[in-house]
Design a protein around this ligand. Structure first.
Ligand SMILES: [Zn+2]
Ligand SMILES: [Zn+2]
Length: 265
C-alpha cells in the first residue's frame, strides 16, 4: 500500500509544482527570467511531471492571461460564476485551452507575447500514443505495487493530474475562503498553508499582486513554492524579474508601482 500512496503524493506534488513554477509564474507571468537552456530543462521537467495530462505552456499561458485580464466577467475562460458545477466549467475550459494549445486560434497579441515554445516537445506531449504510454506506466506501477483493489480508485487521477489541479484552483480559488483585498473579481484565499496546490490557492493575493513571486501576503500564510524560487534565484538559475512585493494591508501610495505589465494583466 505504501509505495502506491507515496507515488500518488509524489506525482501530485511534483506535477503541481511545475504547473505553478513553470507554466504559471514563469510562462504566463514572467515573474522571473531564465536562460534558454534552463527554460528547456524546466519545460522537459514539466512534461515528465504531468505525463499523460501535459499542458502546453502556450495554451496554459494564453488562457491564464485572459483569466487575469477578464477575471470573473463573461470573457473569463473559467469563472465559477458562470457555471453550475466544476465539471461543466472544466469542459468549457478544455475547449478554449485546446483552441490555443493546438494552434487553431490566435489570441489578442498581448496574450501571445513571449511564450515558452518548444515545438518538438509540444508535439510529443500532445501525441495520443505518448499520452497512452504514460497511462501504461502509471497502470503498471499500480499493478505491481497495489496491495488492495481499492487503491485502483486513485489511478485515474494520475491520467488527468494537470487538469485536476487546474479545476481545484479555478473553482475553489474563486469560490471558497477569505479575502485580503477588495479586488473587482471574486478571488479568494482558500488555505492558510497551501500544501494542496503549492500556493495556487492564494488567488485573492495573486490577483491583487500578480507579479509577486510570493503568493502569501500575511504572517500566517505559507506559499510552499516561494522558497524554491528564492533558492533557484540565489543559485543563479533564475533571476527574479520584479521587486514587486505583497503588501498587507495594501497601501495607497503603492498604486503606481503595482501596475501590472501588459502581458501579465
Ligand atoms: Zn484566478
Ligand atoms: Zn496568475
Amino acid at each position: 500500500m505504501l509505495p502506491v500512496l507515496l507515488f500518488f503524493v509524489a506525482h501530485w506534488q511534483i506535477s503541481v509544482f511545475f504547473q505553478t513554477f513553470f507554466l504559471h509564474r514563469y510562462g504566463a507571468h514572467k515573474q522571473f527570467t531564465m536562460s534558454k537552456g534552463w527554460e528547456r530543462f524546466f519545460f522537459l521537467c514539466t512534461y515528465i511531471a504531468q505525463g499523460s495530462s501535459f499542458l502546453s505552456p502556450r495554451g496554459y499561458a494564453i488562457l491564464h492571461r485572459m483569466h487575469h485580464a477578464y477575471s470573473d466577467t463573461e470573457k473569463d475562460p473559467h469563472s465559477p460564476l458562470f457555471y453550475k458545477n466544476v465539471f461543466t466549467m472544466m469542459l468549457a475550459t478544455k475547449k478554449r485551452y485546446d483552441a490555443f494549445a493546438y494552434y487553431r486560434e490566435t489570441a489578442e497579441p498581448r496574450f501571445e507575447a513571449d511564450l515558452p515554445s518548444w515545438p518538438l516537445l509540444e508535439k510529443i506531449g500532445q501525441n495520443w500514443a505518448a499520452r497512452l504510454a504514460w497511462i501504461g506506466v502509471y497502470t503498471a506501477f499500480y499493478v505491481h505495487f497495489a496491495t488492495s483493489p481499492w487503491l485502483f480508485a486513485l489511478l485515474p487521477a494520475h491520467f488527468i493530474m494537470g487538469p485536476i489541479h487546474g479545476a481545484i484552483v479555478n473553482w475553489c480559488g474563486h469560490k471558497y475562503g477569505y479575502r485580503n483585498y477588495q479586488s473587482k473579481d471574486v478571488s479568494r484565499n482558500t488555505l492558510f498553508f497551501d500544501f494542496l496546490t503549492a500556493g495556487e490557492l492564494f488567488q485573492n493575493n495573486h490577483h491583487e499582486f500578480s507579479m509577486s513571486p510570493n503568493f502569501a501576503a500575511r504572517r500566517f500564510e505559507i506559499d510552499p513554492t516561494y522558497p524554491a524560487i528564492v533558492l533557484l534565484d540565489k543559485l543563479g538559475i533564475i533571476h527574479i524579474a520584479t521587486p514587486q512585493r505583497m503588501r498587507y494591508p495594501r497601501r495607497p501610495e503603492s498604486e503606481t508601482e503595482l501596475e501590472t505589465p501588459v502581458a501579465a494583466e
